[in-house]
Design a protein around this ligand. Structure first.
Ligand SMILES: Cc1cc2nc3c(=O)[nH]c(=O)nc-3n(C[C@H](O)[C@H](O)[C@H](O)COP(=O)(O)OP(=O)(O)OC[C@H]3O[C@@H](n4cnc5c(N)ncnc54)[C@H](O)[C@@H]3O)c2cc1C
Length: 384
């Protein structure tokens, strides 16, 4: 058993770390809302990531991407998370985000949706959540009824990130209410300019991003836009959800590491009652606990990514890694913010932003309670 990263991944890690230290950390507090990069900054950084061979990290080389396996992606995401310069959701400086669902498209659909996304000509959003169906998507109501060569879609989707910018949405719909989540939910690609598709609300969040509500009123969607077979929506979703969870985990460990760097450095400089904070046990224990938990989370995230690259089912490992790493990062940010005192609460440092962002991660893309529920199911099935 070898726990060391392969040499080429160690080199990749160093390259991205240096890029973050040199290019991103110095500008990270320029945009205090931290949601969008300025266009000229984005263009400059994009040129650098292209030059480093990191354009479209996870896209296979045959489509012009870097073709990194999951462990390599985790290594990159972890390093990138050490800075608050990049928006925590949405656009990146690594080219268009090609959501894994697009690989499941047939050749004709790829021409209309996949290639335009890869070329940066179209963007998409993912619409699953509804006002009465968040953690329990099986209770969704948005209905698609087949009429000859098209579907008629009616329903409401809520909290959809990037809906306003998207050219099309990947919409999860009920095609067979009797089957529900056991073969009754399908995935449709819906052009956002389809008559009957409207953005009806925008929610301001504490993180700064503004997910939207989309209403579908008798929207006519070609049957040719069905992804996979009817009723396969949930099965397809499983294919990419583990990747998203490990991305969460990698982000959490990157943030935690930078917080520990910041906490240690500040504790050495800041003198109270005649001594640096670093000499106080109350402060040392915050750093020690943070370091131990970061180590555990990193092992979990790396192991799950490595196992996935071996072609094994890593659903449970991905759940555990996402849950543990996200919760760990909230504890670490909280401790390090505490070490900084009042300055930790200002927007001169990234701590307050991470405090809010990482807290939000315990709700979005799989709330902690739901992760625990799924892990408990596995435990009860496996033991006793
Ligand atoms: C900023 C933001 C962006 C988002 N982007 C998208 C997007 O792009 N696309 C999309 O489809 N959705 C998106 N969402 C929706 C997000 O995925 C949901 O908010 C999330 O799944 C939780 O659903 P909910 O809000 O309905 O909470 P609920 O499901 O109502 O849950 C409320 C609370 O109860 C807990 N809970 C639920 N069930 C149980 C149980 N069985 N046992 C114990 N506790 C339970 C939950 O953990 C949670 O703490 C986004 C949300 C936000 C805030």
């Amino acid at each position: 058993m070898d726990f060391n990263l392969p040499e080429e991944l160690q080199m990749l890690q160093q390259t991205v770390r240096q890029f973050v230290d040199k290019e991103l950390i110095p500008i990270e507090m320029q945009s205090k809302d931290g949601v969008e990069l300025k266009p000229d900054v984005k263009t400059r950084l994009e040129k650098k990531t292209r030059d480093m061979g990191l354009w479209m990290l996870d896209v296979p080389e045959e489509y012009g991407g870097a073709g990194l396996d999951l462990l390599a992606q985790v290594v990159v995401w972890e390093q990138l998370a050490r800075t608050a310069a990049l928006p925590s959701r949405g656009e990146t400086i690594f080219g268009p985000e090609v959501r894994p669902i697009l690989y499941s498209l047939n050749d004709e659909q790829k021409q209309r949706y996949f290639y335009p996304v890869v070329k940066g000509e179209k963007t998409m959003c993912f619409a699953q959540t509804e006002p009465d169906a968040g953690s329990d998507p099986g209770s969704m109501k948005t209905r698609a009824v087949r009429h000859g060569d098209h579907y008629i879609v009616n329903g409401v989707k809520r909290f959809i990130t990037d809906a306003e910018k998207a050219d099309f949405a990947q919409v999860m719909v009920v095609t067979d209410p009797a089957k529900g989540s056991h073969g009754g939910i399908s995935c449709l690609l819906v052009d956002m300019n389809t008559p009957g598709v409207k953005i009806t609300a925008r929610y301001k969040t504490i993180m700064g991003d503004e997910p939207c509500e989309i209403v579908f009123e008798d929207a006519k969607v070609p049957a040719a836009n069905l992804v996979g077979k009817e009723g396969e929506g949930f099965k397809l979703a499983q294919k990419w959800l583990s990747v998203g969870r490990l991305r969460h985990g990698a982000r959490a460990i990157g943030i935690a590491e930078r917080c520990i760097e910041m906490g240690s450095s500040y504790a050495k400089q800041r003198v109270t009652f005649g001594k640096p904070l670093a000499e106080r046990q109350a402060i040392q224990w915050k750093l020690a606990d943070s370091y131990i938990e970061l180590h555990a989370a990193r092992l979990m995230v790396y192991q799950a990514a490595w196992k996935s690259d071996q072609g094994e089912d890593t659903r449970n490992e991905a759940y555990m890694a996402k849950l543990y790493a996200d919760e760990m990062s909230v504890r670490v940010v909280d401790r390090v913010l505490q070490i900084h005192g009042g300055i930790g609460l200002t927007l001169d440092l990234p701590l307050a932003k991470w405090f809010v962002d990482q807290r939000s991660r315990l709700i979005t893309e799989g709330a902690s309670e739901v992760m625990r529920m799924v892990i408990a199911r596995h435990v009860l099935k496996t033991y006793g």
